[in-house]
Design a protein around this ligand. Structure first.
Ligand SMILES: *Cc1c(COP(=O)(O)O)cnc(C)c1O
Length: 387
């Protein structure tokens, strides 16, 4: 054979590879098939790399165990998991009910894309009673999209009750379970049809990878999700899948540590003179505490604080005085973060009144005393600027 041909085939992996703790990161668009019969054999496992190779398969398996699912589909981001799952089960003429405290880019998708394709979208107050919510659904309502605790303001829904009532009427339920991370809360066990989450947050856990997942138990829904991924042509890389899989292994430990640290910081904040209220469903006294205590096995490190009224300059002074907390929109990593929420709430239909500005905190793995000292520094700046 010529040098050119030998260069193409030299060293190509042929035999079995040795076994490591994690799966191999296979890089492949082309999948080589063993013989001509396998080319069009529908039962042959994988014929093309887009549907994922060893690392993606291992991750899907691990997530299925965590979620108690029959099948899990992977998406290139959390937002893609939600848009992909909705596109997989909805058609023109359907209507959906979406909780008003939904992640803001999901609202944009619903209004622009689903609305543009002829799906009717209406929003409901997160505190709507399950009977009233499902009672108000029309004959065209195909799906109810929940997020509990919801973005920024963290109101919860009675997810099992909504799932049960919706099922009786033949309406699907889906939940963005990013706060529960598929571990603190297992939606499929509570009767929800589609459990969606941004793996980008806690499961990835290191603020360095985008991915999302959709999990289901009903084989028809598992097939619909897989078909949806195929139809839209989405793929996630083996490197990214491997990285998220690493996160899965330590997720329970990180959640336990960050959940406990979050509660300690939240309890401390409640006693500070600049703080009007702490919104954290795992705090006794929170309006949603009973729902959380009934359905969740723990808390993550994400919650929101309402400060006492002060001008915008005081909010900026608070955030700019922080030295340990970073200012950033994400969460779920090992580092503490803070943002000011109010500008994002303008898109909502059902707005609540808060005493003053809302600050969302994500508690990372730093020492709690350092985080408290940092927040005290911020509150001093807040008080000084407000005065
Ligand atoms: C971040 C987030 C998403 C989107 O995840 P991406 O991977 O950033 O697309 C979805 N839902 C919630 C609640 C989130 O916080």
């Amino acid at each position: 054979m010529s040098d050119e041909t030998r260069l193409i085939h030299a060293g190509a992996q042929s035999g079995p590879i040795c076994r490591t703790v994690g799966p191999p990161i296979q890089k492949g668009s082309t999948v080589l098939l063993p013989n001509a019969a396998a080319l069009y054999d529908d039962d042959h496992c994988t014929t093309y790399g887009r549907s994922g190779l060893a690392a993606q398969a291992t991750l899907r398996e691990a997530l299925a165990v965590m979620e108690g699912a029959v099948g899990v589909s992977l998406y290139p981001s959390g937002l893609a998991a939600i848009s992909g799952a909705l596109l997989a089960v909805l058609k023109a003429g359907d209507e959906i009910l979406v909780v008003d405290n939904v992640y803001k880019p999901v609202r944009r998708f619903c209004d622009r894309v689903l609305g543009g394709f002829g799906v009717g979208v209406s929003y409901f107050d997160p505190r709507t009673a399950p009977e009233a919510l499902v009672g108000e659904a029309s004959d065209k309502t195909r799906l109810i999209l929940l997020e509990s605790p919801g973005s920024l303001t963290l109101e919860m829904q009675d997810v099992p009750a909504i799932a049960r009532l919706a099922r009786e009427r033949g309406i699907l339920t889906a939940i963005d379970n990013t706060w529960g991370a598929g571990f603190l809360f297992r939606p499929l066990e509570h009767g929800v049809d589609l459990s969606l989450q941004a793996l980008t947050k806690y499961v990835g856990g290191h603020s360095d990878v985008f991915m999302g997942s959709a999990a289901a138990r009903d084989p028809a829904l598992v097939r619909a999700l897989n078909d949806g991924v195929d139809d839209l042509g989405w793929a996630v890389s083996g490197e990214d899948a491997y990285q998220v899989l690493r996160g899965v292994r330590t997720l329970p430990l990180r959640l336990a540590a960050q959940g406990e640290a979050g509660l300690r910081v939240a309890e401390w904040l409640k006693t500070q003179p600049e703080v009007a209220a702490v919104h954290h469903p795992a705090l006794p006294g929170d309006p949603d505490h009973a729902l959380w205590a009934r359905d969740y096995r723990g808390a993550c490190g994400l919650f929101t604080v309402a400060l006492k009224p002060a001008p915008r300059a005081a909010v900026d002074a608070f955030l700019d005085a922080l030295q340990v907390f970073g200012l950033g929109f994400s969460w779920g990593g090992f580092e503490s973060l803070a943002i000011w929420c109010d500008p994002q709430l303008k898109a909502r239909r059902f707005r609540r009144d808060y005493a003053g500005p809302l600050i969302r905190l994500h508690i990372g793995l730093e020492a709690v005393d350092d985080l408290i000292a940092d927040l005290r520094r911020g509150l001093d700046a807040y008080a000084k600027t407000a005065a």
